[in-house]
Structure formats: C-alpha cells, structure tokens
Design a protein around this ligand. Structure first.
Ligand code: DGL
Length: 262
C-alpha cells in the first residue's frame, strides 16, 4: 500500500490527484487533525509529528510514503528519508522540477512566485531548490497564513477571501511573476480565485498534481502490484473528526469520504 499523510484533510487534494493519475492504486491516508495546523509550528515539532505519522502508516502496511503536507515536507522530508528505509515522496521536489522544466524551455531570466504557510515559506526550501536547479530563476515567496482557515470554513468564493487573496498576491503581481507555485495542500481549492487575481498569463503550478504525476511514472517502472494489496480499499484515518473536516474531504473528492478516527 501507499501511505499518504498530512496535517489534516487538505492533503486529500494530493490523494485525489493520485487517484486521478493512478487509477486503481489504493492508499492509506492519515490526517493529523488533532495536531493541525502544522504551518504555524516549529520545525522540531513538525519533524516529531512527521515521524509519528510515518510509523502509523508503516504499522498499517504502507511500503511507500507520500508527504502530502508542504509544511512537513519543507522541514522534515530530508530527515525522514534518512530515518526510514522506504521510498518517501513529497510535494516539493516535483513542483520544483516543474518550475525548472518550464524555465529551461523558456531560457533566460524568469520569475516565479511561491505561496505557502509560514513554516513552508520560512524554511525557504522552494527558493533554495529552484535556484539550485536553475540560478536564472528569481523566486518571490509569500506566506499566506489565513488561507487554510478560509478553505476549511468553505469560504471558497467569498468576498473576504477574494480581498485577502488580492492582498497576499499583490507583491507577486508587482514583481510580474511568470509562474506561481501553490505550496500548500489547501490552495488548489482556491485555484480559480488565485488565477483571476495573479493574472491569466501566470502559469499556476499545483504541487498535488506534480507529485501525482511523478508517482505515476515511478509506479509504471515497478513490477505490477508492488504497492497494491488485493481486497483492500483505500482507507482514510484521522486523529480527530470535525464537521468542517468531513465537508472539506467531500468537497475535494466530490463524494462522501468515510473518515476513521484513531
Ligand atoms: N497541510 C499544510 C500545508 O500544506 C496546511 C495546513 C497546516 O498548516 O497544517 O502546508
């Protein structure tokens, strides 16, 4: 089985993208709702949570891990790869690679924006990795701490959400970025609003879609059934259940999701 974890249900954008890219591939999802949000926590705390989450998924039979949470990926992925002896994918590398590919195709000077939680932006990982890949790309990063709560409230088309987005995106608009990385699990749900406010010509890079396509290519190279388990369906575990979480999960998958509290 494939194990996917996030701080809550936002990472279901990644699980959903995987379902689309790899039809038939089953997974175990863990959303650490009881300890969310991660985006405002320290790197040490996030690393401890990431370790617990991987141990939980391993105990349930995961043979490959996807860190769906950008905040966890930004501060914990490298350590987790050292600590655990199994393939660990995360949402950051594939999005960085996509920026690199687009920039290489265009040549010359290029500007990209990155938006995420405070933890992700403070880690500076997107900027570091993008520039390591292509020093000609200038990266402008912007923390957008209010967006997660707005998405969890279901305020996907509210006037207040549009105003806050305009405010967060203004510095990136002024810099005339050519692309914008959605460096947080929740932001794909705001994609139409973000696109309208950052500008039609800006290429939006969705880290959930990028990691799903990297995983799809990886699975295609493995013997059939390597990460499957016949007779077992995808399972969704959470460390707490709220009405808002149920609604967000349903919104992401377009169907009710059976959340199991552990
Ligand atoms: N999953 C987190 C991320 O992608 C957002 C929610 C949180 O802060 O826990 O960064």
């Amino acid at each position: 089985m494939i194990g996917i974890f996030d701080s809550g249900v936002g990472g279901m954008t990644v699980a959903h993208a995987i379902e689309q890219a790899c039809p038939g591939q089953k997974f175990i999802y863990f959303g650490d709702l009881a300890r969310a949000p991660y985006g405002s926590k320290s790197p040490e705390t996030i690393r401890r949570y990431a370790r617990n989450n991987i141990e939980f998924l391993l105990a349930r039979g995961a043979k490959l891990i996807i860190i769906a949470c950008n905040s966890a990926a930004s501060v914990a992925a490298a350590e987790m790869r050292q600590e655990f002896d199994l393939p660990i994918f995360d949402v950051i590398g594939p999005a960085v690679a996509r920026v690199g590919r687009i920039a290489a195709g265009l040549g010359g000077y290029w500007r990209t924006g990155v938006i995420g939680t405070r933890a992700t932006i403070k880690s500076n990982i997107y900027a570091r990795e993008i520039q390591a890949l292509n020093p000609a790309v200038t990266v402008y990063s912007q923390a957008c701490p209010l967006l997660v709560s707005l998405v969890e409230e279901g305020w996907l088309n509210h006037r207040e959400t549009k105003m806050i987005l305009r405010r967060y995106l203004r510095p990136l608009r002024i810099k005339q970025v050519n692309a914008l990385v959605l460096g947080c699990t929740h932001y794909p749900l705001l994609k139409p609003l973000i696109q309208a406010r950052i500008g039609k010509r800006v290429k939006i890079i969705d880290s959930s879609v990028e990691v799903a396509s990297v995983l799809q290519r990886y699975l295609a190279r493995q013997p059939a059934g390597t990460y499957g388990e016949s007779g077992r369906d995808s399972e969704f575990y959470v460390s707490d259940i709220t009405t808002a979480a149920r609604a967000t999960a349903r919104r992401i998958f377009g169907r009710p999701i059976d959340l199991i509290k552990v």
